[in-house]
Design a protein around this ligand. Structure first.
Ligand SMILES: [Zn+2]
Length: 309
């Protein structure tokens, strides 16, 4: 089991179907659990996917159209019911503070959750966690909408052969990592000699938007890009009218942003009875990397680190 993976809870846009629940995405990132856009039914989908309320450490809502947020009351209530003791932070567009407040108190229950409300006021860093930095950018949709990305800081990968050749072992390795240099048997060893740059992993979440610069900025260098592809390219007119992306445009964002794995989701019900293969084909025409058309309850591992980019 990977310690960084996307658990897909729902993949439907606007109206759920027999096969697709409304949106919902749980990103496991080491000890953190980020719940994105909990649409209606998310609490039950979590049960099917073996995701517990206590695994959620952060909630990110892109916007307050129902398919992205009507699951919030149920999830928050469940977190109180399960006596989640840790602090949970919630991010969402600041312009919609009032809608968040209504959902937060949509029903009557014994509320014990320590929820930190962190409305997003502007583009940029919205949270610094131990294993990542969370950033947001305004997207292009008829209502206030933000996309998110997680950026792990760059680090260094230790090279066992180089360590052994210089006689660095045991607790000396940690000492060298902290100090950057160490004297071993009268010889100075520097961190550069025994390690190489390790690029931090990136995850991007681009929901409900027309094509815009922010979508490309969020996707920049993403190891995993989760992108809405509400329509096939043949329905590009509809995508334009409603402020959405086609699968081909999602592919273009992935290609031009040098993303590695593209996860297509937020699928219109019009493709329920037609082969969804068309969406994959449209995206693949623009993007040569790996593409997954998300299905409910899929678990998709964040790709292993690239050695070089
Ligand atoms: Zn939507």
């Amino acid at each position: 089991m990977s310690n960084r993976e996307l658990v897909v809870l729902g993949t439907a846009s606007q109206a759920p179907t027999r096969r697709r629940n409304h949106n919902g995405y749980f990103l496991r990132w080491d000890a953190d659990g980020l719940l994105f856009d909990p649409g209606e039914g998310t609490q039950r989908q979590m049960v099917f996917a073996d995701v517990t309320a206590s695994q959620i450490t952060r909630i990110c809502v892109t916007h307050f159209h129902g398919d992205h947020c009507l699951g919030l009351p149920g999830v928050l209530q469940r977190m109180s019911l399960d006596r989640v003791a840790h602090m949970v932070e919630a991010h969402y567009p600041a312009e919609s503070q009032e809608v968040f407040a209504r959902l937060r108190h949509a029903s009557l229950f014994h509320d014990t959750l320590a929820l930190g409300e962190r409305p997003v006021h502007r583009d940029g860093v919205v949270a610094e966690a131990r294993a990542f930095r969370l950033e947001a950018r305004a997207l292009s949709h008829p209502v206030p909408t933000v996309g998110y990305r997680l950026v792990e800081p760059d680090g260094r990968r230790m090279l066992p052969d180089e360590l052994a050749a210089r006689g660095v072992t045991g607790s000396d390795i940690g000492r060298l990592q902290r100090a950057g240099r160490l004297s071993v048997g009268g010889q100075l060893v520097t961190l550069d000699q025994v390690s190489e740059p390790r690029r931090g992993q990136r995850f991007a979440f681009v929901m409900d938007t027309g094509l815009c610069d922010a979508a490309f900025e969020l996707a920049d260098g993403a190891d995993m890009l989760v992108c809405e592809s509400t329509f096939a390219d043949a329905d590009a007119g509809l995508a334009r009218d409603y402020g959405h992306l086609t699968a081909g445009q999602a592919g273009r964002i992935a290609a031009e942003s040098d993303a590695r794995l593209l996860v297509l989701t937020h699928i219109s019900q019009r493709y329920e009875s037609r082969p969804a293969q068309q969406l994959l084909d449209d995206a693949a025409a623009a993007f040569g990397g790996q593409i997954v058309l998300a299905a409910d309850l899929d678990r998709i591992a964040v790709p292993k680190r690239a050695r070089r980019r």
